[in-house]
Design a protein around this ligand. Structure first.
Ligand SMILES: NC(=O)c1ccc[n+]([C@@H]2O[C@H](COP(=O)([O-])OP(=O)(O)OC[C@H]3O[C@@H](n4cnc5c(N)ncnc54)[C@H](O)[C@@H]3O)[C@@H](O)[C@H]2O)c1
Length: 353
C-alpha cells in the first residue's frame, strides 16, 4: 500500500533547502508543494531545480494560502529567523523541521517548544550528525554499557581557514555567533546524544575575533569573505557541566592556526572510551588494554536519514530523536558559552534569560 502523501513547504530556499528537498524526495510519499523566500532569484532557482509548484515572497502568505495543502514546513532561513518562522508555521497548524542551531537563544527555543505543544504538532530540530552511522555505532556501545558512566567528552569542530564566503554567516545579529554556533553545534549535538542527553547546568568559555574582520591574506578554500560585516568569533572554546557530573569541552573555529581541520569527539567513561575519527573503542578485555574498530560501517547519508526521520515522526509515529528539548539543551550551552565569554566567568544555565 502506498504511504499517505506527506506534503512539505519551505521557508528559505537557499543552500540547505536544496539539500532537504532532494532528500525528502527519497522518502516514499513525500511531495514538495511550495516555498517562500525574500530572494526572488534564489526562489526561481529552487522552483526550477526542485520542481516546487508554488512560490511566495512572503512566508506568512504561504502559511495562510496553503492551508490544507501542506502537512509540514522545513525552516531553512538564517538563524535569527528560526524562532519567528517556526512559531508561525506551528501556529498555522503544520509540523516543523527547523535547521540548526534551533534558534538564537534558549528563550526562543522554549517559545518554539511551547508553540508545538499548543498546536499539537511535531517539532524536529535539523541535527543530522546523530544519524551518522558512526555516531549510531558509538551510541549503541554507550547504551550497551561499554563505556560505563561517561565522565568527559571532548568535542572539536575546528577549521583552519573556513569562514563561509556566502550567506550571512559572519553577521552576529543574524546568526548569533561564528564557529561555535555554526559548527560547534553539530559536533556537540552528536556527542550529547551519545551521552544520553544529560541536562546542562553551567557553561564557561571564551571567544576571540582576530582574522575574519580583516581582508583575507592567504590562499584558502573560501577566500574573500565579507570582512566588513564580520562581527562573529573566529575561535571559541567552552566547557559545560551536566547534572550527572559529566563534563564536555568544545573547541570550535572558523579559522585558527592548526595543521588541518578537525571534526571529532572523544568519550571517556569509567569502563571504556571511544573516538569518532578514527572510529575506535578503547576498553580493558581479557586482561589487556583492548582497542576495537568495526569491520563495516554503512555509508548511509546522514542528511537523507534526518529527513526520513522527520517524515516518519510526523506521519508514522516514530519517536522524535531530535526534539525541541534536545535543541534547547544544545542552545543553553551555546548561549552560556557566549555569555560567559562576555562576563569573564562561569554562568549557570538557570541565569540565562
Ligand atoms: N544542517 C546543516 O548541515 C546545515 C548546513 C548549512 C546551513 N544550515 C543552516 O541552514 C540555515 C540556512 O543556511 P543556508 O546555508 O541555506 O543559507 P543561505 O543563505 O544559502 O539560505 C538562506 C535563505 O533564507 C532566505 N531568507 C532570508 N530572509 C528570509 C525571510 N525573511 N523569509 C524567507 N526567506 C528568507 C535567504 O534569501 C536565503 O535564500 C542556517 O540556519 C544554517 O545554520 C545547516
Amino acid at each position: 500500500m502506498a504511504a499517505k502523501p506527506f506534503r512539505v513547504g519551505f521557508i528559505g530556499a537557499g543552500g540547505i533547502a536544496h539539500t532537504h528537498a532532494k532528500n525528502l524526495l527519497k522518502v516514499e510519499g513525500v511531495e514538495l508543494v511550495c516555498a517562500a523566500d525574500v530572494n526572488e532569484t534564489g526562489l526561481e532557482k529552487f522552483k526550477t531545480e526542485q520542481k516546487v509548484g508554488k512560490t511566495y515572497k512572503d512566508f506568512k502568505e504561504m502559511l495562510a494560502k496553503e492551508k490544507g495543502n501542506i502537512d509540514a514546513v522545513s525552516v531553512c532561513t538564517p538563524n535569527g529567523l528560526h524562532a519567528e518562522n517556526t512559531i508561525a508555521a506551528l501556529n498555522a497548524g503544520y509540523h516543523v523541521i527547523v535547521e540548526k542551531p534551533m534558534a538564537m537563544t534558549s528563550k526562543e527555543c522554549r517559545d518554539m517548544i511551547a508553540a508545538a505543544k499548543k498546536a499539537g504538532k511535531h517539532l524536529v530540530v535539523g541535527f543530522q550528525w546523530r544519524f551518522n552511522p558512526k555516531t549510531v555505532m558509538i551510541k549503541k556501545q554507550a547504551d550497551d554499557g561499554v563505556f560505563g558512566k561517561i565522565l568527559y567528552v571532548r568535542v572539536q569542530a575546528l577549521r583552519r581557514r573556513g569562514i563561509p564566503n556566502w550567506g550571512v554567516f559572519g553577521r552576529k545579529e543574524l546568526q548569533g555567533g561564528g564557529g561555535m554556533i555554526d559548527i560547534g553545534v553539530h559536533a556537540s549535538e552528536m556527542a550529547h546524544y551519545v551521552m544520553g542527553c544529560p541536562k546542562p547546568v553551567s557553561a564557561t568559555g571564551n571567544a576571540w575575533t582576530y582574522m575574519g574582520n580583516k581582508p583575507s591574506e592567504v590562499v584558502s578554500q573560501w577566500p574573500n569573505w565579507d570582512h566588513k560585516t564580520y562581527t562573529v568569533e573566529d575561535l571559541a572554546v567552552g566547557m559545560v557541566r551536566f547534572d550527572n557530573g559529566a563534563m564536555m569541552t568544545i573547541e570550535s573555529s572558523f579559522c585558527t592556526h592548526i595543521e588541518k581541520d578537525i571534526w571529532n569527539f572523544q568519550i571517556l567513561g569509567e569502563k571504556g572510551g571511544a573516538t569518532f575519527d578514527p572510529l575506535m573503542v578503547f576498553k580493558d578485555e581479557h586482561g589487556y588494554m583492548w582497542n576495537e574498530a568495526p569491520g563495516f560501517i554503512p555509508g548511509d547519508d546522514q542528511f537523507a536519514l534526518k529527513m526520513k526521520h522527520f517524515v516518519e515522526v510526523c506521519r508514522d509515529g516514530r519517536t522524535n530523536e531530535s526534539s525541541g528539548e534536545h535543541g534547547l539543551a544544545v542552545q543553553q550551552w551555546l548561549e552560556g558559552i557566549y555569555l560567559s565569554a562576555e562576563k569573564g566567568r562561569e554562568v549557570k544555565i538557570d541565569e540565562l534569560p
